[in-house]
Ligand binder design. Sequence first.
Ligand code: 13P
Length: 249
Amino acid sequence: MRRKIVAGNWKMNMDLSQTESLIDDLMKTLPESDAEVMIAPTFVNLYRAFELLKNNKIEVIAQNMHFEESGAFTGEISAAMLKSVGVKTVILGHSERRAYFGETDGILAKKVDTALKHGMEIVFCFGEELEDRKSDNHFNVVGSQLKNALFHLPADAWKNIILAYEPVWAIGTGETASPEQAQEMHEFIRKTIAEAYDEALANEVSILYGGSVKPANAEEIFGKPDVDGGLIGGAALAAADFGAIVKAI
Ligand code: 13P
């Protein structure tokens, strides 16, 4: 089912006491909304976040996980570990994981398979770099990112996939894709899925936009017909800004 979602990716920010106080602020100030609201604190604070948000609609999700089940993978976190503290949804494929930690489409396909095997939902991130856009190659890049990591899945698996289009040149730069650029790409994504599967499935997938979404531009971006919400970085770290973005949807 196509859903409206605003998700905050906290990245490597917020220690324990900062996590507690941001969650407290969010619980007090977040506006009522039909949209689903998710936050992704760092691994070490997930357990505490679940404790604090018991009986609250805000969903706690994870930023990453490993594809192996368990074993000698120092520093990694498994799907079962995430599930054991209550995580049902995991972000995979973030451009920072791809750029700084060598996550390839092939690795991501394995992570996707493992997450789905464990019944988890995935927020799958992808998006082109600035050079790709400058050389007019952005549709090719996005098409192949989707194909390589997701198109091996059976149609039935897509009910657990949320997509997040995040053009790398717009992440943390203050430069957003224009609402028209976001719509154009989201439409292309839906068309690509329709070609690989079918139109009904493509229309059911929620596609979020990420990259310098702020209170000032959220409403216009979310107003586009193929944009179903946002994956928010910097602006998710202040309750007032995140609240304003939730309100915008
Ligand atoms: P910013 O909102 O800080 O640009 O980050 C977007 C992002 O990477 C969310 O995953």
